[in-house]
Design a protein around this ligand. Structure first.
Ligand code: NAG
Length: 263
């Protein structure tokens, strides 16, 4: 009797263990970027903080001020996301404000090696000899590693500095916009590009100088909370205008309800 009960219990246990393991976990949206995306406080805020209001998926904002494609890589911050993503998670990557500058002289640890491909630069950072890659190379490496884990990648062009600061409206996309577009292509079918800079600039043009100047209370790069919300909506508009991309079905807003025009 005891033996039968034991086998019965064992049988149940085996069945329970053998049942397909269904993980109840929503796809997660991960954010990798700099201060323009990161959580801040007071008069400054990053747009990633407002993105959850437009999506029906959880958002993990790993953006952090002062970082570039290079330093986000070297500090292991991409690796943290690569180690954490599950199949079908979506990773939004946006860099460009801290990636320029020159490696001749003092290396600040953020500047990328000039170029669009496999170029490398030898530099010294913190007393160490380092090999520096190009901006596209850092982002393509990260994107391919994320895709290898089953994630989908959205490469987003950097936000504009205040395009009204000179008095009249002026926005010219920089090389990091071109690079980020090309990075999405290089990663392949599991990556798309959102021209966040252009979408934001177009909305800023429509809003006019007074409103947009008020979005930049401290300097020409960092937005106020209200400005960050507009920048967030511009990103979502860019996504909606290409059918929602990997976030199709998870955007709360209709295309028509979001300000701005498709480009
Ligand atoms: C979508 O709607 C929500 C709730 O009304 C709002 O908070 C969010 O900013 C909207 N997003 C866009 C892209 O308009």
């Amino acid at each position: 009797m005891v033996a039968t009960q034991f086998l019965y219990a064992l049988g149940l246990a085996t069945t329970a263990l053998g049942a397909p393991h269904v993980e109840k976990r929503a796809q997660t949206v991960w954010l990798a970027g700099d201060s323009t995306m990161a959580k801040a406080s007071g008069t400054q805020q990053g747009w990633g903080v407002y993105l959850p209001y437009s999506l029906s998926l959880p958002v993990t904002n790993n953006a952090i001020g002062g970082r570039s494609a290079r330093s986000f890589t070297v500090e292991g911050r991409f690796q943290t996301i690569i180690d954490s993503v599950k199949a079908n998670d979506i990773v939004i990557i946006e860099f460009g404000h801290n990636d320029g500058g020159s490696l001749n002289g003092q290396d600040n640890g953020r500047t990328a090696c000039p170029g669009a491909g496999d170029e490398t630069c030898q530099s010294t950072y913190n007393g160490q000899a380092v090999t520096v890659l190009t901006y596209p190379k850092y982002l393509t490496n990260a994107g391919k590693a994320l895709v290898a884990k089953g994630a989908k990648v959205i490469i987003s062009s950097p936000t504009p500095n205040n395009p009204w600061e000179g008095g009249s409206f002026s926005y010219a996309p920089g090389r990091f916009t071109t690079y980020s577009r090309d990075v999405a292509k290089a990663i392949g079918a599991n990556a798309i590009f959102v021209d966040h800079g252009q979408y934001t600039a177009n909305i800023f043009q429509t809003l006019g100088k007074a409103k947009v100047d008020a979005f930049f209370p401290n300097d020409h790069t960092h937005t106020s909370p209200a400005g960050a919300d507009v920048v967030q909506r511009a990103f979502v508009k860019g996504l909606l205008c290409q059918g929602g991309g990997f976030l199709n079905g998870f955007i709360k807003n209709s295309t028509a309800s979001v300000e701005g025009k498709c480009i």
